[in-house]
Design a protein around this ligand. Structure first.
Ligand SMILES: Nc1ncnc2c1ncn2[C@@H]1O[C@H](COP(=O)(O)OP(=O)(O)OP(=O)(O)O)[C@@H](O)[C@H]1O
Ligand SMILES: N[C@@H](CCO)C(=O)O
Length: 318
């Protein structure tokens, strides 16, 4: 279970008085997730999620929480952060930054069909457009600079064939990021981690995106690539399922048409999306943090996806 910072009902009873949520009725640790400590929180006003941030700082968090609030305000389905009596969305709990957000209905759809992918594609495009007038700026903290810093840290742990692939892909992505088409890509705040387990559904109706704590300013196409690489694949092989890819891309395109530069950049961006998670999983695997219970994600899944994207062209954007 990924509760890095234990919290008791007693702890929260006092702490909650600064929020307009009434008395605490229940608190339950959430086992899913590997980044933060999460709890379902029941108060007199309803159901919420309490998150204690294990890696993000007080300075970084306003970008994410205000972004969620901005999106909620613009009709994008996301958890809405609750302000305390000072108007703050981030409040210390056990000396760490913490926040309370509204709880989304439903559950994650771990075996998505084209209909689910279409819902995700349309909401993703809506989210990108809604983010256009979001004022705060923060880079994607798991972008190219982070790949550069992290690659040398994991290289000593991995066998030669993987090390070669990692080094050559970082080099390829460096060249890609410097090309003309890349510079034409639309940039804005993106989710950057929109996996199956970060979206809620009730049946085939999408009820919300969540887990915005890897969001940052990056290309919209990177967000699409990360999302396709998780939602539209056969999980055993990493091979793209054309029906799901088409459903997601067509639904996105209907809300926010892809550009010509994006079509040129698409194949390389799918590789970037795979590299980002291969590297973060290698890092988490070889340099784990302490948690009460924690199962690291399998890095080889994204190595397989990366090799597959290099070997086989994906369906086009439109
Ligand atoms: N706003 C929300 N509404 C309903 N459930 C939520 C909400 N936020 C989180 N959850 C539940 O908590 C679980 C863990 O949250 P999350 O995925 O954000 O974990 P994390 O550790 O922060 O991140 P990661 O997915 O990157 O490991 C989710 O799988 C989901 O069941
Ligand atoms: N989605 C990430 C976990 C961090 O959110 C992964 O699957 O590696």
């Amino acid at each position: 279970m990924a509760v890095f910072t234990p919290v008791s009902l007693e702890d929260v009873t006092q702490w909650i008085t600064q929020f307009p949520l009434g008395k605490v009725l229940g608190l339950k640790g959430i086992s899913a997730g590997i980044e933060n400590s999460n709890f379902f929180l029941t108060t007199e006003r309803g159901e919420y999620v309490l998150t204690i941030f294990e890696n993000l700082s007080f300075e970084q968090l306003p970008f994410y929480l205000n972004f969620m609030h901005h999106l909620a305000d613009h009709g994008v389905l996301v958890p809405d952060p609750i302000a305390n009596d000072q108007g703050g969305l981030v409040t210390a709990l056990h000396g760490k930054p913490a926040s309370i957000v509204t709880k989304l209905e439903g559950r994650s759809q771990m075996e998505p069909q084209p209909v689910h992918c279409a819902e995700v594609g349309a909401m993703l495009a809506k989210m990108h457009i809604a983010g256009l007038d979001y004022k705060l700026q923060q880079p994607n903290l798991r972008g190219l600079d982070w790949w550069h810093e992290t690659t040398p840290l994991v290289l000593p742990y991995i066998p030669e064939d993987k090390a070669q692939l990692l080094k050559s892909e970082v080099h390829y992505q460096e060249t890609f990021a410097a090309c003309e088409d890349y510079k034409q890509l639309q940039v804005g705040p993106v989710h950057a981690d929109l996996f199956r387990n970060n979206v809620m559904f009730q049946g085939t109706r999408l009820t919300g995106f969540f887990d915005f704590y890897f969001a940052g300013c990056d290309t919209w196409l990177f967000d699409v690539a990360v999302t396709v690489n998780d939602w539209c694949i056969d999980l055993d092989t990493g091979v793209l399922d054309e029906a799901r890819v088409r459903a997601m891309l067509d639904a996105y395109h209907a809300v926010r048409p892809f550009t010509v530069a994006e079509t040129h950049a698409w194949q390389a961006m799918l590789r970037a999306g795979a590299l980002r998670f291969w590297l973060s999983r290698l890092y988490d695997y070889y340099m784990p943090r302490e948690a009460e219970m924690l199962t690291p994600h399998d890095p080889s899944h994204f190595e397989r996806i990366l090799r597959e994207r290099i070997a086989t062209p994906a369906p086009g954007l439109y």
